[in-house]
Design a protein around this ligand. Structure first.
Ligand SMILES: [Zn+2]
Length: 94
């Protein structure tokens, strides 16, 4: 029973740490709306409070390029792994 309690306490502490981390990550993306001054996230194109136009940061065209490169790299790695698996299977079969 005591062990279970300890485990639960540890888990709660971990969850708390994780929540704190998430909060900090979120705070980095909070900017104030130029129209009403309320806190909005930097990727939003429209303020949820005053519906004013916002200029999205962080997720702009630059990141789209990065995303494409990341996708190409991911596919290349997966392709290389697939080839390696086929080669290994061929070697094992012989
Ligand atoms: Zn606003």
């Amino acid at each position: 029973m005591r062990k279970d309690e300890e485990k639960a306490a540890k888990k709660a502490a971990r969850e708390e740490k994780r929540a704190e981390k998430r909060k900090r990550a979120m705070e980095r993306h909070i900017v104030s709306c130029p129209h009403c001054g309320k806190e909005v996230l930097d990727h939003m194109t429209e303020c949820p409070f005053c519906h004013g136009q916002l200029t999205p940061l962080g997720y702009g065209g630059r990141d789209e390029k990065k995303f494409k490169i990341a996708r190409i790299v991911t596919y290349s790695v997966l392709f290389a792994i697939a080839i390696a698996v086929v080669v290994v299977m061929f070697v094992v079969a012989n």
